[in-house]
Write a protein that binds this ligand. Structure first.
Ligand code: IPE
Ligand code: IPE
Ligand code: MG
Length: 250
């Protein structure tokens, strides 16, 4: 499959380039409800959700946002009906395969966070291939949280650090925020500046518990499959109005 060049969309004039978030994270929620509203099976919503994500990734890249992280599957999502979980795994695999050429053309560097070892092997293979193929790309860093849980991530970091102490490589006093963050899946990534959640839920559902400490949170009632460029523009406008104090006084 050859990737068709698409003209980049310009940054809307009411957004200030220098005040854009460097890293946007999204909780892509509401696929099931979107499908239900149309009397369709939930999987139709997931399928549509992929198109939304593709468009958002391109938009971030066009507007000069350097990182996008998307929550695709949580450690809790295994509790869904078997058919839905199976559909999602197959969908992830197919999308990765189909989109690799375009990611190369657009210089996207993809990475995954989460417990990948528990994913189907064929999906793991596709993940490895996409990560290896795009690793030297110079464009946007696109992180996909798959079988990701914030608590699980913190626990595996604790285990790795405890092992270092046990081996005498470090002493407990060496453990600080920098060392701890280096043991998270996101070791090489800056923290998100903006977290967007669609479908109106006011919660973070075990997403990036450590990394979201000072993210600006934007919740929209729009369901994920309907989250378009105009909606993203609105989220960025809201972000640019925020006063990020980081605990200080402005
Ligand atoms: C988000 O949409 C996608 C995943 C969790 C994989 P949902 O499937 O949670 O949709 P709702 O919340 O049931 O509408
Ligand atoms: C969060 O959505 C997980 C993803 C978007 C992958 P959920 O639909 O699983 O979250 P809850 O159940 O509403 O908290
Ligand atoms: Mg949901």
């Amino acid at each position: 499959m050859t990737a068709k060049p698409v003209a980049p969309s310009p940054l809307p004039i009411d957004l200030k380039q220098e005040r854009l978030p460097k890293h946007v994270a999204v909780i892509m929620d509401g696929n099931g409800r979107w499908a239900k509203q149309r009397g369709r099976p939930r999987i139709m919503g997931h399928r549509r959700g992929v198109d939304t994500l593709k468009k958002l990734l391109r938009c971030c890249s066009d507007w000069g946002i350097s990182a996008l992280t998307a929550y695709a599957f949580s450690t809790e999502n295994w509790g869904r009906p078997l058919e839905e979980v199976g559909f999602l795994m197959t969908l992830f695999e197919r999308v990765l395969r189909q989109e690799l050429a375009e990611m190369m053309a657009e210089q996207v560097r993809i990475q995954f966070v989460g417990d990948l070892a528990a994913l189907p092997e064929s999906l793991q293979d596709e993940i490895d291939r996409a990560v290896a193929t795009t690793q030297h790309n110079q464009g946007i860093l696109f992180t996909v949280a798959t079988n990701y849980g914030g608590r699980q991530e913190i626990i595996q970091a604790c285990q790795a650090i405890a092992l270092q102490v046990q081996r005498g490589e470090i002493v407990p006093q060496d453990i600080d925020e920098t060392l701890f963050a280096r043991h998270l899946y996101t070791a090489d990534t800056s923290d998100p500046d903006l977290l967007i959640r669609t479908s109106g839920e006011m919660r973070i559902s075990n997403f990036l518990l450590w990394q979201l400490a000072y993210a600006e949170i934007y919740v929209t009632n729009t369901l994920w499959p309907d989250f378009d460029q105009a909606e993203f523009h609105q989220a960025l406008c809201a972000y640019q109005q925020r006063d990020r104090r980081f605990g200080k006084v402005s």
